[in-house]
Design a protein around this ligand. Structure first.
Ligand code: ATP
Length: 258
């Protein structure tokens, strides 16, 4: 089944065309990679799918429903969750509190019953706490669940973001450079976790610069360059695609010239 469909999406920021006429479909149960040199438009595409801002033109559908006009909480309720390139954890809150904050879209007790501390709200709190612990155990952070997030190392912070996104029980998980700054061992562990998440039935869309990670875990890959989709296919096809090789070589030459 098609989970996500992006139809001729363009995003302009003033004179900059960050995404130009991008179309693709994303089948359920896959890990899809989104790659491209710096400034190619990857985060812009993620930001539109997660409703941070709307497309300038074109449409986005999730399970056949148009979502390009919705708000981030509405998108989260439909089953799309994401992590951010710049970590968005609350440093003064504990690890488990950070996960529970992210679960608000799943809470079934109303604000009023929570404010009045009714038994239904207490039960709900307990349920969310148990779920949060489950996801912290899944990423390997259960031992630090009561530690303030500000005391965590970068690798642990990335795992916390992942646990928080998972705790909203999404059908589609968007990971924006989840392995940035991780060492080799941590990156390998992250790759294993992402594959496990896919095997649990959650579809995963990853923006990533680490090519080993992308090539080892993705079922399909989309390549952007200067706002345009230049290739799409299985890892082997993309790796040998001439336009892709040229786009990356061009980026390297530009970097060397700086
Ligand atoms: N909010 C914004 N306002 C103005 N321009 C923006 C905005 N967001 C992105 N851009 C521009 O759009 C283009 C694409 O940026 P984007 O961040 O989507 O690329 P990227 O592929 O995610 O890059 P990187 O790999 O460096 O994170 C860039 O030229 C960028 O400067």
């Amino acid at each position: 089944m098609t989970l996500l469909e992006v139809q001729r999406v363009t995003k302009k920021f003033g004179g900059v065309v960050a995404n130009r006429d991008i179309s693709f479909t994303f089948a359920e149960g896959q890990i899809m990679g989104l790659i491209g040199p710096n400034g190619a438009g990857k985060s812009t595409l993620f930001n539109m799918i997660s409703a941070i801002f709307p497309p300038s033109s074109g449409q986005i559908f999730f399970k056949g429903r148009k979502i390009s006009h919705l708000t981030p909480p509405e998108i989260a309720k439909l089953g799309i969750s994401r992590t951010f390139q710049n970590l968005q954890v609350f440093k003064n809150m504990t690890v488990i509190e950070n996960v529970m904050v992210g679960q608000h879209t799943q809470g079934k007790a109303g604000m009023l019953s929570a404010a009045l501390r009714l038994p239904s709200a207490k039960k709900e709190e307990q349920r969310l706490h148990e779920k949060a612990m489950e996801y912290l155990a899944f990423v390997g952070l259960e031992d630090v669940c009561e530690v303030r997030a500000g005391h965590l190392a970068l690798g642990q912070l990335r795992l916390l973001e992942l646990a928080r996104a998972l705790a909203t029980e999404p059908e589609l998980l968007l990971l924006d450079e989840i392995a940035a700054g991780l060492n080799h061992k941590e990156t390998k562990e992250m790759a294993q976790l992402i594959s496990k998440i896919r095997d649990m039935g959650i579809s995963v869309f990853v923006v990533e610069h680490d090519m080993d990670l992308v090539m080892s875990i993705c079922d399909r890959i989309i390549v952007l360059d200067q706002g345009e989709k230049i290739a799409e296919g299985i890892p082997r096809e993309v790796q040998t695609n001439e336009r892709v090789v040229r786009a990356y070589l061009g980026a390297e030459i530009d970097e060397e010239a700086v």
